[in-house]
Design a binder for this molecule. Structure first.
Ligand SMILES: Nc1ncnc2c1ncn2[C@@H]1O[C@H](COP(=O)(O)OP(=O)(O)OP(=O)(O)O)[C@@H](O)[C@H]1O
Ligand SMILES: CC(C)(CO)[C@@H](O)C(=O)NCCC(=O)O
Ligand SMILES: [K+]
Length: 259
């Protein structure tokens, strides 16, 4: 069975894919020091808690925005799953779409995977907005190619930065505040970040559409996307599991190429 691993700068998600559905997904904090043995103890424990101890993982695909993590994931595959992982961005992992960017640019693998997934589900002419560690905008051309985008600081990163830089500001969660005008510190901060990001996303999407000059569908993904959709209609669709879906599409594509 396929194990798909999506390593973000904050969180790493593992998912088991049986060819037609995800049996389970698990999330852990991304940590470069974590060893293959630590991954395996953690994963096999969670698998048995879900009654999945009999599942044999024999294929793995990885997307990692943190290059150093890949080494230990390779050891995990070799030692415990007796296979070589397919790693997005490496020459031996083919992608069903092109990346039309400046020569030498290393596009984040998560953005390529989101492009593939978006194109698979919705065709071409898309903007994928991903609320991860960074807030990214991936522009998908008519033929499905990644043609660039926008990288803005992530929502939680902005809240953290306020807290770390200003002695009197606490660390708060992002939420939609009751009013725009805050009457206390927390409401003021939440208003700044919530409405600030509603504005940021709306404005960047508007300008991308203007620059491209054709009808473009907007897809929102990432843990915080639904929260921001409450502030304004920012997306045409919300996709819960976009990156994981893209990993299964890329895995299938590479298998079909081998056959
Ligand atoms: N109201 C909220 N306030 C703060 N965080 C939230 C809230 N709702 C969801 N989240 C967080 O969103 C995250 C899920 O987002 P996602 O997996 O898209 O990105 P990430 O893990 O933060 O970033 P990356 O993928 O770059 O590591 C989880 O860490 C979850 O705790
Ligand atoms: C922008 C992030 C951090 C978002 O996860 C990741 O996609 C990344 O490290 N990208 C590399 C640079 C680029 O995508 O152009
Ligand atoms: K992500």
């Amino acid at each position: 069975m396929l194990l798909a691993i999506d390593v973000g700068n904050t969180n790493t998600v593992f998912a088991l894919w049986n060819g037609s559905e995800f049996l389970s997904t698990w999330r852990t904090a991304t940590e470069v020091q974590r060893t293959a043995d630590q991954y395996y103890v953690w994963l096999s424990t969670l698998m048995s808690l879900r009654g999945l101890s009999d599942v044999i993982v024999d294929e793995v695909i990885v997307s990692s925005t943190v290059p150093r993590v890949v080494f230990n994931l390779r050891v995990l595959c070799n030692r415990y799953f007796d296979c070589r992982p397919l790693v997005v961005g490496k020459p031996d992992c083919a992608l069903p779409v092109e990346a039309r960017v400046d020569p030498g640019t290393q596009v984040g693998p998560d953005r390529l995977v989101n492009t593939v997934a978006g194109h698979d589900l919705h065709g071409g002419d898309l903007i994928v907005v991903d609320y991860g560690t960074a807030t990214t905008f991936d522009v998908v051309d008519t033929d499905g190619a990644y043609v660039g985008g926008v990288i803005a600081p992530g929502v939680n990163l902005s809240l953290q930065a306020l807290h770390e830089a200003a002695a009197a500001l606490p660390l708060v969660d992002v939420t939609m505040p009751p009013q725009v005008i805050g009457k206390n510190t927390v409401d003021c901060m939440q208003s700044g970040v919530f409405w600030g990001y509603v504005g940021l996303v709306g404005e960047i999407v508007r300008r991308i559409k203007e620059e491209r000059g054709r009808p473009t569908k907007v897809i929102g993904t990432g843990g915080l996307a639904p929260l921001f959709q409450q502030g304004d209609t920012l997306f045409d669709v919300f996709e819960d599991n976009l990156t994981m879906h893209g990993l299964t599409v890329i895995h299938r594509y590479n298998k079909d190429l081998q056959e």
